[in-house]
Design a protein around this ligand. Structure first.
Ligand SMILES: *[C@@H]1O[C@H](CO)[C@@H](O)[C@H](O)[C@H]1NC(C)=O
Ligand SMILES: *[C@@H]1O[C@H](CO)[C@@H](O)[C@H](O)[C@H]1NC(C)=O
Length: 441
């Protein structure tokens, strides 16, 4: 009986796989949020904006957006940022607008960290991610919005994060560092054809959002810049990320949903997250789920991913006290080169917000399918370590070919408290996951 169930679940994951393989290259995010053409256009220069890299343009941005918000032109308004370097403090976007960066336009964050506004902590985190209490507002911020586009001709949003990274290194940060772009409680968001550079903290953070498209973006930060995650969909649904290059100091894409008792109480999952045709390098993970997953994460598909010079290729991470669930995750068509660990799924990653977490709140991890993963120069192939009192189930590995540093031989796997199946040779994780062929015959 158990075998038959197992067989059925393994075969099911094969079928979803075939569907994605056949159409993976054709599917795009386009349908999720319609692209808007805006008849009404204004330029930041109409509001006194000066792109000389020295003038502070905070007033210009805030006034332009105030006007867009209050004039409420039919079909929304486009705010044009011409070539030039526009220094500004953080600002809020409004609904029904497009922020358009021309080729050669740079919106640059001030270095005046002491005037940076604070916002309340996210309820699903209970505090700032790195310091207790509130957190610095993201450089470009949106709360409760709909129909917002950030696009253009590959202009740059530059967080000038160096000063923040140094505060973190020196241990004198008072509050959690700002994200570069954050949307909260928003829907119908498109971010495309923009370069994001040197974020103080996470780069793009959609939280409590739905219908978000991020495509044709480039995200850059030095390898040693702390916590500069590329894109972190957090307690959000219908998020589609594609055709992007990301090279930062932390995870390239990390799907999250809140932190321990706060995330469990808030109870907002991340679901229907698609990541495709993303390339990049990270000292941590290429594609990550977690470690903050207390609201649950389900229906994640990552495919056609290239990861090089990185710490971990694919990393699913949770913790005791985190609760929540991680279900129905598919990662397929991944090529990795020169990574320390190819695949890592663990139940003991990440710190706690405080000592109030419930040690009996165990995460539930079920239904992770990893297929067609090819790697060269991989130091450690994989490690899948579930929890004794909450083993990971329905873990399906198929066509995983990870070659060592010196040749085609796969380095060893480490697996415990995990069940599921491995389809096809080589027998990855063979101590715990039976080969499908041995189930069949
Ligand atoms: C921007 O939004 C934040 C959070 O929603 C709010 O606290 C702040 O007052 C807003 N700032 C401006 C200048 O409107
Ligand atoms: C902007 O960059 C993207 C991604 O690299 C690229 O596909 C696109 O053609 C570029 N667009 C322009 C207008 O240069």
């Amino acid at each position: 009986m158990f075998r038959i169930q197992l067989l059925v679940s393994v075969l099911l994951c094969c079928f979803t796989f075939w569907f994605h393989i056949s159409f993976g290259y054709l599917i795009t995010c386009s349908g999720i949020v319609p692209m808007r053409y805006r008849n009404d256009k204004v330029s930041i220069t109409d509001f006194g904006g000066v792109g000389d890299g020295k003038t502070l343009n905070t007033k210009a941005f805030r006034e332009a957006i105030y006007r867009i918000q209050h004039l409420r032109r039919r079909g929304g308004t486009l705010l044009y940022v011409p070539p030039g370097v526009y220094l500004t403090e953080s600002f809020n976007l409004t609904s029904h607008m497009t922020l358009y960066l021309a080729r050669g336009a740079v919106i640059k964050a001030t270095q005046d960290t002491w005037t940076w506004p604070l916002v309340a902590p996210l309820p699903s985190y209970g505090r700032g991610r790195e310091r207790p209490g509130g957190r610095y507002m993201s450089f470009i911020h949106g709360d409760g919005l709909r129909d917002v586009v950030i696009t253009g001709e590959n202009g740059t949003i530059d967080g000038q994060g160096g000063i923040w990274w140094n505060m973190w290194r020196q241990g004198n940060l008072q509050f959690t560092r700002p994200n570069l772009v954050e949307f909260m409680n928003s829907r119908g968001i498109i971010i495309s054809n923009v370069i994001f550079k040197n974020s103080p903290f996470w780069n793009i953070h959609p939280v409590y959002c739905s219908n978000v498209v991020i495509r044709y973006v480039t995200i850059l930060a030095p390898t040693d810049s702390p916590n500069t995650d590329g894109i972190d969909p957090d307690s959000s649904s219908n998020v589609c990320i594609e055709d992007s290059f990301i090279s930062t100091g932390d995870d390239l894409v990390a799907v999250k949903s809140g932190w321990d008792e706060y995330g469990i109480a808030y109870g907002r999952p991340s679901s229907h997250i698609t990541i495709r045709r993303v390339t990049g390098s990270s000292p941590f993970a290429g594609i990550a789920v977690g470690s903050e997953t207390s609201g649950g994460v389900e229906h994640v598909l990552a495919e056609n991913i290239v990861i090089y010079n990185s710490g971990i290729g694919v990393n699913i991470k949770t913790n005791i006290g985190r609760g929540g669930f991680i279900k129905n995750i598919t990662v397929s068509q991944v090529f990795m080169e020169n990574v320390r660990t190819g695949i890592k799924i663990t139940g003991d990653t990440g710190d706690h917000p405080d000592n109030q977490f419930n040690p009996n709140a165990l995460p539930y991890v079920k239904g992770v399918t990893l297929k067609n993963i090819w790697g060269v120069k991989v130091q450690k192939a994989g490690s899948i370590q579930g929890l004794k009192n909450a083993p990971f189930t329905n873990i399906c590995l198929s066509k995983i070919n990870l070659h060592g540093m010196t040749g085609p031989r796969s380095p060893p796997w480490k697996c415990s408290d995990v069940s599921g199946a491995a389809i096809e040779e080589p027998p990855t994780c063979s101590s715990t996951l039976p080969l499908l062929s041995s189930l069949l015959w």
